[in-house]
Ligand binder design. Sequence first.
Ligand code: FES
Length: 93
Amino acid sequence: MTIILILFSIADIKQPQRVVHMYVCLCQGVTDGHIRDAIYEGCCSYGEVRTATGVGTQCGKCACVAKQVVRETLSDLQSAQASLAYPAAYASA
Ligand code: FES
């Protein structure tokens, strides 16, 4: 058992987990990570993300995918906050 754990640890060190980002906007070089970061830093809508990152400001072909990433990220944030709020309030009461 110990040997297996050591092998997994060595494998983790040799191949650190990589985060792969997808280019959403080729005109401006904006990835889905850039869009998510903009939302984590305070943007609350596609318009705000557009202003912050420049996504969709040139040819506009990326707007549909960019809006989808914004919607998914905002939805993930809302569900994460909802799941944290109840247990924290419940635990302190
Ligand atoms: S691909 Fe985003 S503006 Fe052209």
